[in-house]
Design a protein. Structure first.
Length: 326
């Protein structure tokens, strides 16, 4: 199959955001990616089951990996693929990508912007995962202008199933840095990548959220190393093609951008541990089941399922009560 909808943002903006390429839908999922053969196929399969391939938009930051480019030729023609030269996180800033956000307000009720190592799922109970098709239905039951936080669950090293939840601090951190599902009825004007960032700009947040975002950053050490190297390259900390073993010695203070200290530290740790075996953690999410190996994990996830807003203030997300009392 030849893919018919690959565009270059700078030269074809009018075509990219036409009604033919972004038909109306209740929910759209946007992927930002570059050269990620480890995850991109599985990411697409998973999220197409939620919204359909026609409601996925892929923003590719000029990938050159042959496996990735081959995948794009196989993707359903109804999926829009946009190649762009923007900085790694520009897509999250409404002022840097105004045409995108104007189009989203016209063609969907809600959207989220994800990375290839993230998987959106929804709890059906503290012990089970909802069917993919139930997510859009659940979103339609929320107030139309609220954003819905997701819980960003980190995986154990090399495991696609085992998720970390060892203490309340893990819950707060996972909620603070989850990726929001954003309502086009209230898109804040600013940088809106994580729950805590959008929470500083609006008090319109869902009373409760049962959405999870599996962050599989520890599944393929090579993928995470590669992703962090690209970030360091894009901000000018290292030259393109610098090996990881050299990149960990660069000076993160020479340019005051991004989170270079964290990226360098993560590369260093992954280089040291990339040959270690798969690890386990406090939660196991497999197929449609959630099981727990610790009482605290079960207690925290049950509390999140029953009333996620009780954690909002600690996670720097505007409490729902503020919106309810308006």
């Amino acid at each position: 199959m030849t893919h018919l909808a690959i565009y270059t943002w700078e030269s074809e903006a009018d075509d990219i955001f036409s009604a033919n390429l972004l038909p109306y839908a209740p929910f759209k999922i946007i992927l930002k990616t570059k050269d990620d053969p480890w995850f991109v196929r599985e990411w697409f399969r998973h999220h197409a089951a939620i919204v359909g391939p026609e409601n996925i938009v892929i923003f590719d930051n000029l990938s050159t990996d042959e496996s990735v480019l081959s995948f794009y030729e196989e993707v359903e023609p109804s999926t829009t693929i946009v190649r762009n030269r923007f900085g790694v996180n520009h897509i999250h800033n409404i002022h840097k990508c105004p045409a995108l956000y104007v189009a989203l307000t016209q063609y969907c009720d809600r959207f989220c912007i994800l990375d290839t190592d993230e998987r959106l799922i929804m709890m059906n109970s503290p012990d089970s995962i909802a069917a993919p098709g139930d997510i859009v239905t659940a979103l339609s039951r929320q107030q139309p202008d609220v954003f819905i936080p997701t819980l960003w669950l980190g995986n154990a090293f090399k495991s696609p199933r085992h998720m970390k939840m060892n203490a309340e601090a893990d819950m707060i951190n996972a909620l603070r840095w989850g990726k929001p599902i954003i309502s086009t009825g209230d898109i804040p004007e600013g940088f809106i990548n994580h729950n805590c960032q959008i929470g500083k700009m609006t008090d319109k947040v869902a009373a409760t959220s049962r959405m999870l975002l599996l962050h599989l950053k520890n599944l393929h050490p090579e993928q995470r190393i590669s992703a962090n190297l690209r970030k360091l390259e894009s901000y000018g900390f290292i030259d393109v093609g610098t090996p990881a073993e050299e990149a960990i010695h660069c000076d993160p203070k020479k340019i005051n951008k991004g989170d270079a200290t964290y990226w360098i530290s993560e590369i260093h740790n992954l280089l040291q541990s990339k040959d270690a075996p798969e690890q386990r953690a406090q939660m196991t999410i497999e197929d449609d089941r959630i099981t727990y190996s610790s009482d605290i994990a079960r207690i925290l996830m049950t509390a999140y399922f029953e009333n996620s807003s009780q954690f909002y203030a600690q996670a720097d997300i505007t409490p729902f009560q503020a919106a309810a009392e308006r």
